[in-house]
Design a protein around this ligand. Structure first.
Ligand SMILES: Nc1ncnc2c1ncn2[C@@H]1O[C@H](COP(=O)(O)OP(=O)(O)OP(=O)(O)O)[C@@H](O)[C@H]1O
Ligand SMILES: [Mg+2]
Length: 267
């Protein structure tokens, strides 16, 4: 007899990105030690984890800036980890990447920065690009700043311009690497609100790397925690708050463990 409960359960959304048993090391440093994780389409998934644990390394595998030593990475059903630059190009176009150090081109104006991906990768005319730049800057609350230089902007404003650039090509997926680091709580919250708004308006999927728990709980539909080379927790905010692993609890509460404290006393 067919299993009734299976027939009644809602269909599992197919993942947009999937890691299967990914290993990555740099020399003797093992960073990813068999990571398997899926990122659902249309959702915002937060990746948490201590500094140096491999969160940025994980994101770089999605855009082909790094490739695994073994294991595989999929974009929908397409295996992408072995693609060279030319093969990766159509995938990269679907992805907006807000890098950890927002990396605006300092010698270009704000407008030129946001226009850059459109000039490189779209068939848009000059006037279409001008309109799209204005529209994207307005979306992040930076209207009429086209002629400013990045050096004239605050850290939070730079992040917003970088975000306008990341969404310039109507991505399916936006990768945010520490979008609120270095910002005060109010400016951090502006970025959180923007992530939520873009999710709503552009219907994008998102992966947000952060160690800012306020931000994680605010923007994440789901949270995964990377630690010691693997995923040690994967669930909703409530599931993580109730997680039995003490490492998860310590991370959420921002508490050092005894090992950390002993190391501090040795300094
Ligand atoms: N290209 C590289 N070559 C050598 N080592 C690297 C490279 N990229 C990352 N690493 C190392 O891999 C480890 C994980 O780096 P990663 O940048 O992913 O950490 P992270 O979790 O993003 O940390 P943070 O929260 O501080 O940004 C670090 O020890 C880092 O020095
Ligand atoms: Mg990082």
């Amino acid at each position: 007899m067919p299993d009734q409960s299976m027939q009644n359960s809602p269909p599992t959304p197919s993942p947009l990105i999937r890691f299967e048993n990914v290993h990555k090391r740099f020399g003797s440093l093992v960073v990813l030690n068999g990571v398997s994780v899926a990122f659902a389409e249309g959702k915002t998934t937060v990746v948490l984890g201590p500094s140096g644990t491999g969160k940025s390394v994980l994101l770089k595998h999605i855009v082909g800036l790094l490739s695994p030593d073994s294991g595989s990475v999929y974009y929908r059903d397409m295996r992408i980890d072995h693609l060279k630059d030319r093969g990766m190009e159509p995938i990269r176009r679907k992805i907006g990447f807000l890098f950890q150090l927002s990396a605006l081109f300092d010698s270009m104006t704000v407008g030129e920065n946001v226009a850059f991906p459109m000039r490189e990768h779209s068939g848009l005319s000059k006037s279409e690009i001008r309109d799209r730049v204005a529209e994207r800057l307005a979306m992040v609350g930076m209207e009429n700043t086209e002629n400013k230089m990045p050096g004239e902007l605050s850290g939070g404003q730079r992040k917003r311009v970088a975000l306008a650039r990341a969404i310039a090509l109507n991505p399916e997926l936006v990768l945010y690497d520490e979008p609120t680091t270095g910002l005060d709580p109010i400016r951090s919250d502006v970025i959180n609100e923007l992530i939520l708004k873009l999710h709503e308006e552009l219907k994008v999927s998102a992966i947000v790397v952060t160690h800012d728990m306020t931000s994680a709980f605010k923007v994440g539909d789901r949270l995964v925690m990377l630690m010691g080379g693997g995923i040690i927790a994967d669930g909703t905010a409530d599931e993580l708050r109730a997680h039995s692993d003490p490492r998860v609890q310590r991370f959420i509460a921002g508490r050092a463990d005894e090992e950390d404290l002993r190391a501090l006393h040795r300094i």
